[in-house]
Design a protein around this ligand. Structure first.
Ligand SMILES: [Zn+2]
Length: 360
């Protein structure tokens, strides 16, 4: 994983007080919990913290480690940022650092769900032995900790009660409420804030994303840089055009969209995500039909036409809002259902059918 400097820069404000506190006390809490929406930059910050905790110029290394050959204390700098050039920083950045372990939930293809099982955690912990090997701190990042099975959560809880010396756990999750309260109570929490759409725009510009995609992606990303990047990918962009064509002609396009959405889990979720963006825009339109600023600027014509047809077919703008709100609720139910083994075909058709009636 590579660090994106601008993402770290954005979150630095939320981290500064904590970093300063750890630096002056030379103590880092053994369990940290990074929370924030999907794609806000939790992994990037975990990587940043790993560097920070081991960098030779930050001066956080435990006192006995910062002793010289003959036991005299070594001078440490008070720089707040990892230098990026010392051997520790370099090895962590190049993924050669043995003391940084990433634990991710495994995805079960058949079940279409992902869970973090006890075995995965146990294996990692047992294989690590005790104590740091390479640097000052041995860091275990547990990504998407909300997906731990109860057994996995309990086993991690045990080790968190008495973490081996210089072990640091970094848990990441969208929200603390998704974890067992017993786990949360042992963590020092760091909440990462979503980015402004202006910030996302400037990050996308750095990536040389075409301008038309930048404006749509930054508006729809809800402060998540990762989500914004995904929205600018070619296949997402093309599938949006496909879905706008469905809005134009739901009856004619029904079979094609239905077949496409059933093909893979990725397509099915693309359908859910993009429909949510469209519906949200339509609902907002009902509040201020004359002056509404469309967020899905790549499909303005289709959306304008769609809102006209639907409100005409249902007799009023009020009634059309009711139609879209119902669709929104339905999509969130579908999302839940799709976590269980599913027949995507049935779900897809359930999603698409009401639009034929409303939009033809
Ligand atoms: Zn360094």
């Amino acid at each position: 994983m590579k660090n994106t400097p601008s993402i770290v820069e954005h979150h630095l404000e939320s981290l500064t007080d904590q970093l300063k506190g750890w630096q002056s006390s030379k103590k880092i809490p053994p369990v940290l919990l990074l929370t924030g929406i999907r794609g806000v930059g939790k992994s990037e910050i975990a990587l940043f913290l790993a560097k920070w905790m081991n960098c030779e110029s930050v001066g956080i290394v435990e006192s006995e480690l910062s002793m010289g050959l003959f036991g005299e204390p070594q001078p440490t700098s008070t720089s707040l940022l990892p230098c990026g050039t010392c051997p520790s920083c370099m090895r962590i950045q190049n993924e050669h650092w043995l003391d940084l372990i990433w634990v991710k939930p495994e995805t079960h293809e058949k079940m279409k769900t992902s869970k973090m099982k006890i075995d995965a955690l146990r294996e990692v912990i047992q294989s690590q032995g005790k104590g740091a090997r390479e640097g000052a701190h041995h860091i275990i990042v547990i990504q998407n900790a909300e997906q731990m099975t109860p057994q996995a959560a309990n086993s991690i809880l045990k080790i968190m009660e008495e973490p081996p010396l210089r072990w640091i756990f970094i848990l990441t999750a969208p929200d603390a409420s998704l974890l067992l309260p017993t786990i949360v109570s042992r963590c020092q929490r760091i909440a990462l804030k979503p980015m402004t759409s202006e910030k996302i725009k400037s990050l996308l510009k750095e990536q040389e994303v075409p301008n038309d995609r930048i404006s749509v992606a930054s508006e729809l990303s809800e402060g998540s840089y990762k989500k914004a990047l995904e929205l600018t990918e070619d296949d997402v962009w093309k599938s949006r055009q496909k879905l706008f064509r469905f809005l134009d002609n739901p009856f004619q396009e029904f079979s094609e969209i239905s077949d496409w959405a059933c093909q893979s889990e990725a397509n099915f979720h693309l359908l859910l995500d993009q429909f949510e963006h469209f519906i949200e825009d339509c609902i907002r339109w009902t509040l201020q039909p004359q002056s509404h600023q469309w967020k899905n600027t790549d499909g303005i014509e289709s959306l304008c036409e769609h809102t006209k047809t639907v409100s005409k077919n249902f007799g009023s703008i009020e009634n059309s809002r009711f139609f879209w709100m119902k669709r929104m609720k339905e999509l969130s139910e579908m999302r839940k259902k799709s976590e269980a083994p599913l027949n995507r075909k049935i779900l897809t058709q359930e999603i698409l059918h009401p639009w034929i009636e409303a939009g033809s």
